[in-house]
Design a protein around this ligand. Structure first.
Ligand code: MIC
Ligand code: SF4
Length: 646
C-alpha cells in the first residue's frame, strides 16, 4: 500500500500498530456520523461510557431512517437524539434535512480526514477524498469519546479509469460494472482506490455514487483523489477552505490493478436478490415493471434528480407502473423545486416522498405480490423491500426514469444521443443549514435535560465468556446471509431502541421459531449456537444483528467466512466468531445438535484451533479464531462496553 491515498491518510491518523496489510491498527477519527436507526443505541452506549463532551472535530447525528412516526416510538427517539446531541457537543440534522451520507458529503465531508459512521454506506465520503468507514454504533461511540478505531490494515486495489462515460451511461453503471468484477464476496479488508484520467470526468456526487455502493463488495472503503473537481464542489458548497489536494504517488503499490475504460461501460442491472448479480440491462429489455423508486444515498443528488426530471418532462408515468421519488437532501429538494424539475416530476405522475431512506429500507412503498420493482438504491436483498415475493432490480436513475414512462425496461443506449438531457448545474448550491442544530457551548450543554420516552431502555449487558460452553445449534443457514435476514428492518425498525421487543424478530424471515427457541434454551441455562456458510453478515452495520442474538443467548457463530462489520459487531457484544478450519465440516453439524466447547481461554491465548464436540454426532470439529489479541480480550470480557469499563 506504499504511496497510496489510503496509506497517506491512515499514516497521518495512526495511533497504534504498523501499516502492514493484515495487521491490526488503531486510527484516530476526525469526524463521526450516526443515523437514527443505529444512533439511539450508539448514544446510549456513549452515555454509559460517561465521557461527557465529544472529542472529535465534528460529530453529526442524522435522523433519516425512521421518519414515518407511526406511533410514538420514532418521535420519542428523535427527541432523545436531539437532546443527547445538545448535551454532548454533537450537530443534529433534523428529520427532513436529508439522508446522512448525502448531507454529510454536502455540508461536512473533508478530503484527507477520517470519518467513522454507524452505517455501512459511510464510504460515500470517499467521493470527496476521505477515508470513510462504516462500523457498529459502539465503535462510533468510542471514537466520539476520542478512542481509536481498530481495523485490519487493508490491501489496496487500484481501479484505473480511462476515457469518459457515454451519454445515457452513468456512475451507477460504473459501480455495477465493478460489482460484476469483484462480486459481493472475498473483499474483506481491502480498500478500492480510484485513479487515472477518467477520474476528472466524474463530479463529486458521481464519485460518491461509486464509493457508496462499493460497500456492497464488502471492502473496508473506497476512495477517490481530491482534485480540482473536488475543489469546485467544495467551493459550490461554500467550503473551499476544507479543500486539500490528495493523490497517490506515481510509484504507489497496489495488491491488484483493474482497468476500466469508461467509454466501454454499458447500462447495467443488479438482479434479485444480490447487488452482485449483475448483467447488462440490455438482457432485460421489454420486461414489465410494476414499480420504480428513485432516491436513496446512492442516487439522489442534484445531478441525478435533474436528469430524471428532464427525462420525465412532458411525459407521463405508465399506467401499470408506480413512480416514487425521494430527494437525497433538503438542499436537493429545495433546488429542484426552484428549478421546475420537481413540477416536471409531479406533472408526469411521480409520487414525491420526503428526503429520507424510505423505500430503500422497506419503510413504506412495499411493492405488490411478485412485483418487479426497479430501484436506484444499493441493496436488493430478499424481503428488504417489505414484500418477500417481490424482485428488486438495481439500476441508474436514467434507466429508472425511462422504464417509469415505458412501463418496461428500456436500454438507455437505444435512445438517441441527442435526446440525452444536457444539464447545466450552476456553480453554486443553495446553502441553508437551518435544519442542522449546532452544538451548544460546554456550559450551556451541561444544563440540557436528555428526553427519554418509554421506548428508550438501557442497553442490555452481557456476562464474560465462560471457559466452557454447552448448548444447542438453534439455526443453520447457508451462504450470503445478510443482516436483513438476521435482524429485519422495514416495519420492525421502530423497535430499534427496545431490544427486548426487537429480539422477537431475529431471523424472522428465515426461521420464525428461532427467537422463542433461543430464549427457551437461554432460560434453561444452555448456550445458543448459529451455523452459517460463506460471507455471513453481509450488508448493514446494524449492531442489533449481534446485540439481539446476544440478548437471546447466542454465544458463538460458526461460519465458513464472515463479513467485516458484522464480525466486529459480534466481538463488540461478546459473541465468539469462529470459522471452520475445514469448510466441509459445515455439513457435519445440524440444527438441534448438542455442542460443547472446552478450554476456550487457553485456545484463544495460544492461537490454537478451538475444539467443538458435536455430542449428537459424536465427532469433533476444529474451528479457527482469527481475532487480534485485543478482540479476544473484548469477547472474553463479554463485549466492548464491559472491556472499556475495565
Ligand atoms: C441499510 O442500508 O441497510 C441501513 C439501514 O442503512 C443500515 C443501517 C441500519 O440498519 O440501521 C446500514 O447500511 O448500515
Ligand atoms: Fe438509507 Fe438506504 Fe442509504 Fe441505508 S442504503 S443509508 S437505508 S438510503
Amino acid at each position: 500500500m506504499k504511496g497510496t491515498i489510503t496509506e497517506k491518510i491512515l499514516r497521518a491518523h495512526l495511533v497504534e500498530g504498523e501499516l502492514v496489510p493484515g495487521e491490526e491498527i488503531g486510527v484516530n477519527i476526525d469526524q463521526t456520523l450516526t443515523q437514527d436507526a443505529t444512533g439511539t443505541m450508539a448514544y446510549l452506549q456513549f452515555e454509559a461510557m460517561k465521557i461527557g463532551r465529544v472529542k472529535t472535530d465534528i460529530s453529526v447525528s442524522y435522523v433519516d431512517h425512521n421518519t414515518l412516526q407511526q406511533g410514538f416510538e420514532n418521535a420519542d427517539d428523535h427527541k432523545y437524539l436531539q437532546t443527547v446531541a445538545r448535551k454532548h457537543g454533537i450537530y443534529f440534522s433534523r428529520p427532513g434535512n436529508g439522508i446522512c451520507h448525502q448531507v454529510h458529503l454536502e455540508r461536512f465531508g473533508k478530503p484527507g480526514a477520517t470519518l467513522l459512521g454507524s452505517d455501512s454506506h459511510t464510504p460515500t465520503g470517499g467521493g470527496i477524498g476521505m477515508i470513510a468507514i462504516g462500523a457498529g454504533g459502539i465503535d462510533v461511540a468510542v471514537a466520539m469519546g476520542g478512542g481509536a478505531f481498530y481495523l485490519t490494515t487493508p490491501e489496496v486495489i487500484k481501479i484505473e479509469l480511462t476515457g469518459s462515460l457515454r451519454k445515457w451511461v452513468s456512475a451507477k453503471d460504473v459501480i455495477l460494472h465493478v460489482l460484476s468484477i469483484l462480486s459481493t464476496r472475498g473483499n474483506v479488508n481491502k480498500v478500492i482506490e480510484y485513479a487515472g484520467d477518467g477520474v476528472k470526468t466524474l463530479s463529486v456526487p458521481e464519485r460518491a455514487t461509486i464509493t457508496n455502493m462499493g460497500a456492497e463488495t464488502g471492502v473496508t472503503t473506497s476512495v477517490f483523489p481530491s482534485d480540482e473537481i473536488t475543489k469546485e464542489f467544495l467551493s459550490a458548497q461554500g467550503r473551499e477552505k476544507d479543500w486539500v489536494p490528495l493523490s497517490a504517488d506515481s510509484d504507489a503499490e497496489y495488491s491488484r490493478i483493474i482497468k476500466i475504460d469508461l467509454a466501454e461501460v454499458v447500462p447495467m442491472v443488479a438482479q434479485p436478490h444480490s447487488p452482485g448479480n449483475v448483467v447488462p440491462l440490455s438482457d432485460l429489455v421489454g420486461k414489465k415493471v410494476d414499480q420504480v423508486a428513485i432516491g436513496s444515498c446512492t442516487n439522489s443528488s442534484l445531478r441525478d434528480l435533474t436528469i430524471v426530471g428532464k427525462i420525465l418532462e412532458g411525459k407521463k408515468v405508465h399506467p401499470d407502473a408506480s413512480l416514487v421519488v425521494s430527494p437525497g437532501s433538503k438542499q436537493v429538494f429545495s433546488m429542484i423545486s426552484k428549478s421546475g424539475i420537481l413540477a416536471a416530476m409531479i406533472d408526469a405522475g411521480a409520487r414525491i416522498m420526503e428526503s429520507t431512506c424510505g423505500f430503500c429500507i422497506g419503510n413504506g412503498q412495499a411493492p405488490k405480490t411478485d412485483a418487479m420493482s426497479l430501484r436506484t438504491n444499493n441493496r436488493n436483498f430478499e424481503g428488504r423491500s417489505g414484500t418477500v415475493s417481490a424482485g428488486i432490480y438495481l439500476v441508474s436513475p436514467e434507466a429508472a426514469a425511462l422504464a417509469a414512462i415505458a412501463g418496461e425496461i428500456v436500454d438507455p443506449l437505444s435512445m438517441n444521443e441527442k435526446e440525452f438531457p444536457e444539464i447545466k448545474l450552476s456553480g453554486e448550491f443553495d446553502i441553508d443549514d437551518s435544519m442542522i442544530i449546532e452544538p451548544l457551548d460546554a456550559k450551556d450543554a451541561e444544563k440540557v435535560e436528555v428526553f427519554r420516552g418509554p421506548n428508550i431502555g438501557d442497553p442490555p449487558g452481557n456476562v464474560s465468556l465462560a471457559d466452557e460452553l454447552a448448548g444447542v445449534v438453534a439455526i443453520k443457514v447457508g451462504d450470503k446471509i445478510t443482516t436483513d435476514h438476521i435482524m429485519p428492518a422495514g416495519a420492525r425498525l421502530k423497535y430499534r431502541s427496545n431490544i427486548n421487543k426487537y429480539s422477537e424478530f431475529v431471523f424472522e424471515g428465515v426461521d420464525g421459531s428461532f427467537s422463542k427457541n433461543a430464549a427457551t434454551l437461554r432460560d434453561g441455562g444452555k448456550a445458543v449456537f448459529v451455523i452459517a456458510g460463506e460471507s455471513y453478515g453481509q450488508g448493514s452495520s446494524r449492531e442489533h444483528a449481534a446485540l439481539c442474538p446476544m440478548f437471546l443467548g447466542v454465544k458463538a457463530v460458526f461460519a465458513k467466512s464472515l463479513e467485516r462489520i458484522h464480525a466486529a459487531n459480534l466481538v463488540n457484544f461478546g459473541i465468539l466468531p469462529l470459522t471452520f478450519v475445514n469448510g466441509d465440516d459445515y455439513d457435519k453439524i445440524e440444527k438441534g445438535d448438542e455442542i460443547e466447547l472446552k478450554d476456550i481461554a487457553r485456545c484463544l491465548r495460544d492461537g490454537e484451533s478451538v475444539k467443538v464436540v458435536n455430542k449428537t454426532k459424536n465427532i469433533e470439529i476444529l474451528m479457527e479464531c482469527s481475532l487480534s489479541d485485543r478482540q479476544k480480550d473484548i469477547v472474553k470480557s463479554g463485549g466492548l462496553l464491559n472491556y472499556t469499563r475495565g
